[in-house]
Write a protein that binds this ligand. Sequence first.
Ligand code: GAL
Length: 531
Amino acid sequence: MALRLRAWAAWAAAVVVAAGVLLIGPAATAAPTEESEPVPVGQTWNDTSGNPIQAHGGGFLQHDGWYYWVGENKSHNSALFLAVSLYRSQDLQNWEFVGDLLTQDTPGVCTTGTYDGAACKIERPKLVYNESTDKFVLWGHWETAENYAASHLIVATSDTIDGDYAIVRNFRPGAGEVATEHADPTYAGTDGLWGYGSRDFTVFQDPDTGQAYLVSSQDHLSMRLYPLTADFTDVDWRSSYPLFEGRRREAPALVKIDGAYAIVTSAQSGWYPNQALYATTSDIADPDGWSELAPVGNNTTYYSQPTNIMTIEAADGSRRYLYMGDRWNPGALGTSTYVWLPLQVDGTELTMGFHPEWTFDAATGTVQVPNVALVSEGRPVEATQADASYPPGAANDGIAYNRNTSGDNTNYYKPAGVPFTWDVDLGRKRDLSRVDLSWRSYNGSETYSGYTVSGSVDGETWVALADRSANTTVGFTTDGLSGRYRHVRIEVHNVVNDHNGNGAAWAAGLVEVQVYAKVPGCAFTGADRPA
Ligand code: GAL
C-alpha cells in the first residue's frame, strides 16, 4: 500500500508540473482515501438510490457544509419542463436526491402574460443564497412549450434550500420600458416594449464581494450582462451591457479566479457540441474590459456544452474550480450525461484537458488525475492520402481546437475517402493507457465514425485494442488501451450523418489523436532507487 500511496502523490505532483500553476488544488501530498471513486465523465451517473442523476443544465451551490447540484429533470426524454431537481453531496461523487424544487404542480410555473399553457420549458436552473433576506433564490430560463420566442427568466424563492419554492417573477428584463427586435409572443401589452429577450443564462455570485450577476443570450447574436438587485430576485437592467455582440455565443458560465472574472461560452449548435470560447476581465462593470474570445478545451469541448463552473471552497479558504458541462443526447435527453473537468488557470489563461476519470479528496479539497503522458504529439504519422491542406500531421500537432464558430473545423487531417487509416509511431514501446479522438465536427451535419484501434510492436503485425465499429458518439471519443506497443493505428470504417443516418464520407476527418501512456509511479527515491 505504501508504494501505491507514493505513486499517487507523484501523480498529483506531475499535474502541477504539467499545468504550470494549478488552481484546482495544491500538490496533494495525501493519497485519496480508499473509498474515493472517480467522478464519472460522460457516463451514466447514479444517485445514492441507484437512479440516474437528473440535473441537466445544472447549477452548483456550496452551503452549510454541503455541495448542492440543481438541474433539469429530463427523465421523460423531452425538452418540456418536468421538474427542477436538487441533489446534495459531501464528496462530489456520491449525490443524494434531495427533492424537486419546482414541479408541474408549482402554482404559476407555466403561466405568464397572455400564456397559460399546460406545459412550458425551464432550462439551466441556478441557485443562489441571499444572506440579507435569508432566502434561496432559484433562477431559470423559461419558454412556452411551442418554441424559444418568449425568452424569459423565471425566479422563485424559498426560506429553505429544499423548498417550497414560490414563483416571484416570470419576465424579460426591461419589459414595459425597452423595445427590442425580438417580440415576446406572451407580452400582454400593445406598446412593443417587450424588453430584452433572455435565453441560455447563468447566475453567478462573486465570492469576494457577494454581488451577483446574470449573463444571458439576448437573441441569437449577442449576450447581455446584468447585476442582480440586492435581494437577488431581479436584474438591474439599467446597469446591463451587451457582451460579445454579433458573436452568437450561448451557454455562459462565469467564475472569478484571483481577482479576474472569466466567462466560458459555447457556440450555437442546438444539442450538439462545439468549441467553447472564454474571455476574461478584471472589471466586470466595464463593458469594454473583456478580452478577446479564446478557445478552451477541444473542438467539441470534449463533447459537452458549458453550464456552470463550480467554485469549491476548501476548509482553509482556498478555492478550486471545476467545469460543469452537459453531454446532451438529442435522441433521449434524459440519458444525457455530465462532463465535469478540472479547470487550470495560469494568470488569465484558462486551459482544460480531458480526464476520463479523476477523484476529489474532500478533506483537502484537491482533485487528482491519474498520471499519464501524451506520447503521440508530433510523432511521425502514416495515413491514407490526405487533402493537401489537411495533412495527416494536423491530427497530432497539438492543436485540438477549432477557430471557426460555425460550419467546419479549421485544423484537421482530411482523408481522401472512407475507409481510411492513420498510424502514429510513438518512437518506442509504450505502456498504453488510452486514446482520445477529437473528430472533425460539422455544425449542422454532425457525424459519428465507426472505427477500430490497434497496436503494433514492429509496424507490421497489428493487435486489436478497441473495437468501436458500432460507435454512434459524435465529436469526441475516448478508449482505454492496454499493452506495450510502439505503433498505434486508427482505422475508420464509416462516417455517418447523425441527423439522418446517411453516409457522410465528405465530413470525415480527425482534428486530433491523443495517445496516452502510463507513467511509472515514482515509488523509489534517492538511495532506495534500484540501479
Ligand atoms: C441549446 C441550449 C440548450 C437548449 C437547446 C435546445 O442551444 O444551450 O439549453 O436550449 O439549445 O435546442
